[in-house]
Design a protein around this ligand. Structure first.
Ligand code: GLC
Length: 428
């Protein structure tokens, strides 16, 4: 089989026509409706008890950000006219054993990191601080401060936390650590933090999205005028190919987070790895070499590096292949690898655009108003062509009305936003 023929085969698996995306938008609306009515749906549509900020919030707040690759603690100062200053940031890598250990170990780790942060930043324990807790998992909130974990997603699986109030677990851990100067004023999902961070200075902002380790969105529901956390990663009305099916089966949460597995940083590399293993096994690629792409070897970061190699001979790709024992690769093989990555990432971006379109047209079916979509996450920030492909897809779906949808990178949104939420809550 020629490389062109191989590519055609992979393309057939990963191509999603604009019509298929239109169908997806319709199915997404159906699931949103069912979710809002508390009927069976892959979209949880969780109420958040948060509204957009007014821009008048003031003061110094702490923010915790749990749910991505790092656990972060921030001190944020909210000043006049919607000004935000991040004064201190502490990043703490959560050991895998802690992510997957017991809830007590996880929350102890969080409380210890807060302690380290208070010491290192010289904030100390004398002044009382209100804290906003960004907890980036599906949770059932009962008010602005309390929320019960529905299920873990991404790489987390600490025992004894599902079904529990995570704020209470944090309070207990702070107590064990002897910290009594910190008061939890608000709890929010990272998408909500991101939307609030942007809306602090932009009243058109009504959607918040994360494209990172995981993916999710929130929006302002017109019927209730509150922010709803969609948990869109779990959307499952999408055409799956044989690689998606295999990928899902081999994951830690089969049948769950189906759309997330087709889009986000934690999963994309694994999907490409399955395609490569298949092509190698059927001797269509890297023939006569003992190449092996075993599980976990091919990461999304690697994909993005492969795609960003613009050299004529794809020397970076060559170096990478060398490093894993595939020496003397032919240029055509390297180009094929690059194209495969592009096909998988392009599908991710097109699905992302369709999901975004679904959320905006749910609020405004004819796109009469301007909508700012606040976006954060490493995938959006760093993956080559992410924004460009989303914009192109939105234009395919909406023609010139796509101009009503403005994508704004809201860096550190989840941390800053939850500080604003805490400010609103603390002064309410
Ligand atoms: C996962 C979580 C969701 C979060 C997203 C981005 O999908 O379930 O709550 O917003 O990752 O971090």
């Amino acid at each position: 089989m020629t490389n062109d023929a191989i590519l055609k085969k992979v393309k057939a698996d990963f191509d999603l026509s604009t019509n298929a995306l239109r169908e997806m938008v319709g199915a997404f609306h159906d699931e949103m409706r069912l979710g809002l009515e508390s009927q069976v749906s892959s979209l949880k549509m969780l109420p958040t008890f948060v509204d957009r900020a007014s821009g008048d919030e003031r003061g110094r707040f702490l923010a915790l950000d749990l749910g991505g690759t790092n656990f972060r603690v921030l001190q944020v100062q909210l000043g006049s006219g919607g000004q935000v200053k991040v004064e201190h940031v502490g990043k703490y890598i959560i050991p895998r054993a802690v992510m997957r250990g017991t809830g007590e170990q996880l929350f102890n780790f969080i409380a210890q990191s807060i302690d380290t942060f208070l010491v290192d930043s010289r904030i100390g324990y004398d002044e009382k601080r209100d804290l906003g807790f960004t907890f980036s998992f599906p949770m059932k909130q009962t008010d602005i401060v309390n929320g019960i974990l529905i299920n873990w997603t991404k790489d987390f699986s600490a025992s004894g936390v599902v079904g529990k109030n995570v704020t209470k677990l944090l309070i207990a851990a702070l107590k064990r650590q002897g910290i009594d100067s910190v008061e939890i004023a608000a709890l929010a999902n990272d998408t909500v933090g991101t939307m609030v961070a942007r809306s602090y200075q932009d009243q058109d902002c009504d959607v918040g999205i994360i494209f990172g380790t995981g993916t999710n969105a929130c929006y302002r529901e017109p019927s209730t005028e509150t922010i709803v956390n969609i948990e869109w990663g779990n959307f499952n009305k999408l055409p799956l190919n044989r690689y998606d099916v295999k990928h899902d089966k081999a994951s830690g949460n089969p049948g769950k987070q189906v759309m997330e597995k087709m889009i986000s940083g934690m999963y994309l590399g694994g999907l490409v790895q399955l395609v490569l293993s298949d092509l190698i096994q059927t001797r269509l690629m890297f023939k006569n070499r003992r190449a092996k792409f075993s599980k976990g070897v091919f990461t999304t970061t690697r994909m993005s590096q492969v795609e960003s190699d613009t050299s004529r001979k794809l020397t970076k790709v060559e170096d990478y292949l060398d490093s894993i024992g595939i020496i003397d690769s032919a240029l055509a093989e390297r180009a094929l690898l690059q194209r495969i990555c592009e096909l998988v990432s392009r599908r991710a971006m097109r699905i992302s655009a369709a999901a975004m379109s679904a959320v905006v047209t749910w609020m405004d079916p004819e796109l009469k108003d301007n909508h700012t979509v606040a976006i954060d996450g490493t995938l959006y920030e760093r993956y080559p062509g992410f924004k460009k492909t989303i914009l192109a897809t939105l234009t395919q779906l909406h023609g010139k009305d796509a101009g009503k949808i403005k994508l704004v990178h809201t860096k550190d949104g989840s941390g800053i936003g939850v500080a604003v939420v805490a400010a609103v809550a603390a002064h309410a």
